[in-house]
Design a binder for this molecule. Structure first.
Ligand code: FAD
Ligand code: NAD
Length: 464
């Protein structure tokens, strides 16, 4: 048995953990990181990056299909587009492995020691790791728990055989002929749309009254329209009940109480993710919990001195950039800096077609706090959107009526994920409507719709 000591031990090398370790290393903190899988965690290996690669490939294939059918108005024609799905998956895997190496290199450059294996807490300062070469004991002054999250399994649709989680869906060897998706949230719609574009017949079964219930109805409408254009069947208010005896269909109770059978060679279950709080000795350290998640304060401190927790294991929103921001902050606190969570908003982007962005408060959330001014500018009045065939969607700015302080910004449209940086910056800098309207936005860009939405809220939009 080998033993090492360090100032900081990080458990889990997902976006929360690896960013924390890199920043601590940069600040000269003697740091060890333990990871059971590959560097990058869920996000890099089975989440954000592979899903966005698949979404991109699906989008390109769908475009080629349009051109082949000569239904496209651009005048572009191609013959018989085909899909070598194994090559698509190999390309996606290549991106992931390049980034795996990149993170390993960044950790090395920051002089972080990387230990491969599953960590188990013995007490609040000591973990033991099962490595390939035997047990490694690590003692640390400070520990960061960044163990992340895992897919929720439905008891009546256990993973295995045709029933898959997002992890297996991102590594399929063939495009399913008919994919049934249980859960019309982030993953269900991002991957459901991608597989539909790749040629699968897709049915989405959502328990609530509409898909993407985390966003307001106005924002989701263009996505719902596109689902229908792509031929994706959406059953809302519906309950999945299990698999047929032969395993070739999903059994569903529809909103009007009728039983329905959806023929499917794959059933993708995407009903949320749960924190990874089991199997690593949480009982040995007895931390206070906030429901299923580890309770933290505004510095990511847990109820035990010297133990921090970051990322998905600490709750919503379960997003990579939140985990990274927490990781960076904790590293700086451990290095002796005065930091606490002072972010005004965590942007959320849904990579559906079209994409959705939301930062800060929705109109209803803002209205609950007082009088508001809301400006909406449609992409149908934006020249750049027309040149990109992306006229469906809009930018919406929500501000206080009295002093015009911007409280929330949302958009739905083709490629709007890239507008999220401008939206977040505006909120983070405490912008007022006049600040956005008074900033010169380059022409022709979709970002002009942002300035126009602010002008609209002020009552004098120029291009509508
Ligand atoms: P994780 O990334 O889950 O990493 C935790 C790591 O800890 C894992 O590598 C695990 O192996 C390791 N670990 C756990 N326990 C131990 C132990 N005891 N010993 C050693 N190692 C351990 N978020 C976005 O912001 N944008 C997106 O576009 C997006 N797309 C997604 C798509 C999919 C399909 C999925 C599933 C998720 C997506 N997410 C996205 C969410 C994002 O992946 C997570 O929010 C993010 O990965 C959380 O980071 P984390 O560091 O908290 O945990
Ligand atoms: P989700 O919370 O986004 O969606 C789950 C959906 O399943 C909800 O609409 C819910 O009403 C529905 N549902 C729950 N139980 C059901 C049941 N029994 N039958 C039918 N529907 C049911 O969860 P997800 O899509 O699994 O994603 C998990 C998390 O991963 C997200 O919350 C997000 O934090 C993260 N994520 C983010 C991105 C992104 O940032 N673009 C992409 C993918 C995942």
């Amino acid at each position: 048995m080998k033993e090492i000591s360090c100032k900081l031990l990080v458990v889990g090398a997902g976006p929360g953990g690896y960013v924390c370790a890199i920043r601590a290393g940069q600040l000269g903190v003697d740091t060890v990181i333990v990871e059971a899988g590959k560097p990058g965690g869920t996000c890099l290996n089975v989440g954000c990056i592979p899903s966005k690669a698949l979404i991109h490939a699906a989008q390109e294939f769908e475009k080629a299909g349009h051109w082949a059918a000569r239904s496209d108005v651009l005048g572009i024609g191609v013959e018989n587009p085909s899909l070598d799905f194994a090559a698509t998956i190999a390309w996606k895997d290549g991106i992931v492995s390049r980034l795996n190496s990149g993170i390993a290199g960044l950790l090395k450059k920051a002089k972080v020691k990387y230990v491969q294996g599953w960590a188990t807490f013995r007490d609040g300062k000591t973990v033991s790791v099962e490595t390939e070469t035997g047990e490694q004991v690590i003692r640390a002054e400070t520990v960061v728990i960044a163990t992340g999250s895992a897919p929720v399994e439905l008891p009546f649709l256990p993973f295995g055989g045709p029933v898959v989680s997002s992890t297996e869906a991102l590594a399929l060897r063939q495009v399913p002929q008919h994919l049934a998706v249980v859960g019309g949230g982030y993953i269900g719609l991002e991957l459901g749309i991608a597989f539909a574009k790749l040629g699968a017949r897709v049915t989405v079964v959502e328990a609530l009254a509409r898909v993407l219930p985390q966003y307001d109805a106005e924002l989701v409408r263009p996505v719902t329209k596109r689902l229908s254009a792509l031929g994706i069947e959406v059953l809302t208010g519906a309950k999945a009940k299990g698999l047929s005896a032969k395993g070739d269909a999903l059994l569903v109770e529809t909103s009007d109480g009728r039983d329905k059978r959806i023929a499917a060679d794959r059933v993708l279950v995407t009903v949320g993710r749960k924190p990874v709080t089991a199997g690593w000795g949480l009982d040995q350290i007895d931390l206070d919990m906030a429901g299923r998640f580890i309770r933290i304060d505004e510095q990511c401190r847990t109820s035990m001195r010297g133990i921090y927790a970051i990322g998905d294991v600490t709750g919503e929103p379960m997003l990579a950039h939140r985990a990274m921001a927490q990781g960076e902050m904790v590293a700086e606190i451990v290095a002796g800096q005065r930091r606490s969570w002072d972010k005004r908003a965590v942007p959320a982007v849904c990579f559906t077609d079209p994409e959705i962005v939301s930062v800060g408060l929705s109109p209803d959330e803002a209205k609950a706090l007082g009088e508001t001014r809301i400006g909406i500018f449609p992409f149908s009045a934006n020249g750049r959107a027309m040149t990109m065939q992306g006229e469906d969607g809009f930018v919406r700015v929500v501000a206080r009526a009295d002093n015009h302080l911007v409280l929330g910004i949302q958009a739905v449209g083709q490629g709007v994920s890239e507008l999220s940086a401008a939206f977040s910056l505006a909120l983070e800098m405490g912008a007022r409507l006049e600040d956005i309207a008074g900033t010169i936005h380059a022409h022709p860009t979709q970002s002009e719709a942002f300035a126009e939405a602010a002008l609209k809220a002020l009552g004098h939009a120029l291009h509508i």
